[in-house]
Design a protein around this ligand. Structure first.
Ligand code: SIN
Length: 286
């Protein structure tokens, strides 16, 4: 099966044209897709009609799938490999906001996600965009002295510091999340195991502190790193169409779901999450 690749942004992103993701792919096509993914970091497939089972089958070409045990509340009832990324809670119809700060999926676990594939089922009339930034470029843009200081250092990732978690969860729910997701150290400079390239690996949604510094000391440095990662020229903004599927590489990309739409409308997305290699270590309670 052959396909074309069209660049979407100068920092990252490409559209794959001519592939039907409901078809079985041969080895050459998979190898070509992996090469395109490595080069462009995010791949867009338009006009796809993916049932949960088909999305799972396609995602498996890229690796083993996570069952979202870290976030059980949002799992699909019959397919735990599908995470429901909705702006309404299924059981209560309560409004939800998810992913509204820059982050890399599952960085708060000891097996952070390798990649994620998000499929658009239902969209608001306008907006509901997602932005992505290239964390190789974020690292490369730092001065050699700062790179040297950050190399070999770790930062703490904590699921409970996410703004939306703080705002939307009760005290008891926060305690439960904390128990299920103990804080972890992750390297600030992450070496991508497939490309060997260095990527900055901190995010405003989950990184609370640099190891060895206090939270107060860490904050200005982390804020500088977030700002520098997300400068306009390092970002691709995706304007969704129904049937779009976007695959991104969490090892070298951060993303953010924008609140740029009328929240009385529905936004329904299905995400599959690829398991990454083991990374990080638990923070021992003081
Ligand atoms: C996510 O954070 O994985 C979802 C992003 C989105 O809903 O656009």
């Amino acid at each position: 099966m052959s396909f074309k690749v069209r660049k979407l942004g100068s920092a990252l992103g490409a559209e794959v044209i001519g592939l039907d993701l409901t078809q079985t792919l041969d080895e050459d096509t998979i190898a070509a897709l992996l090469a395109a993914w490595s080069e462009h970091l995010i791949l867009l497939f338009r006009d796809q009609s993916l049932t949960p089972a088909r999305q799972i089958a396609f995602s498996r070409y890229f690796g083993e799938l996570d069952d979202h045990a870290a976030i059980p509340k949002f799992r699909h009832a019959e397919h735990p490999e599908i995470l429901m990324v909705n702006n309404r809670e299924a059981a209560t119809n309560k409004r939800l906001s998810v992913g509204r700060q820059w982050h890399s999926d599952l960085s708060t676990t000891l097996r952070p996600a390798k990649g994620s594939l998000l499929h658009a089922i239902q969209l608001p009339m306008v907006g509901g965009d997602t932005m992505f930034c290239n964390m190789y470029r974020a690292w490369d843009g730092l001065s050699p002295l700062l790179q040297e200081w950050l190399s070999g250092r770790d930062a703490i990732h904590d699921m409970t510091i996410a703004r939306e978690t703080q705002l939307q969860r009760t005290h008891a729910e926060l305690e439960e999340i904390r128990l299920r997701n103990p804080r972890v150290y992750q390297p600030i400079c992450r070496i991508h195991e497939a490309t060997g390239k260095k990527a900055l690996y901190v995010s405003e949604m989950t990184t609370s502190q640099i190891d060895g510094l206090t939270r107060e000391e860490s904050q200005p440095i982390l804020e500088y790193l977030y700002r520098q990662s997300t400068v306009h020229e390092n970002v691709y903004r995706h304007v969704w169409r129904k049937g779009d599927s976007v695959l991104w590489d969490n090892r070298c990309v951060m993303h953010i779901a924008l609140a740029d739409y009328d929240d009385s409308e529905r936004r329904t997305m299905h995400r599959t999450t690829l398991k990454g290699s083991p990374s990080g270590r638990l923070v021992q309670a003081a």
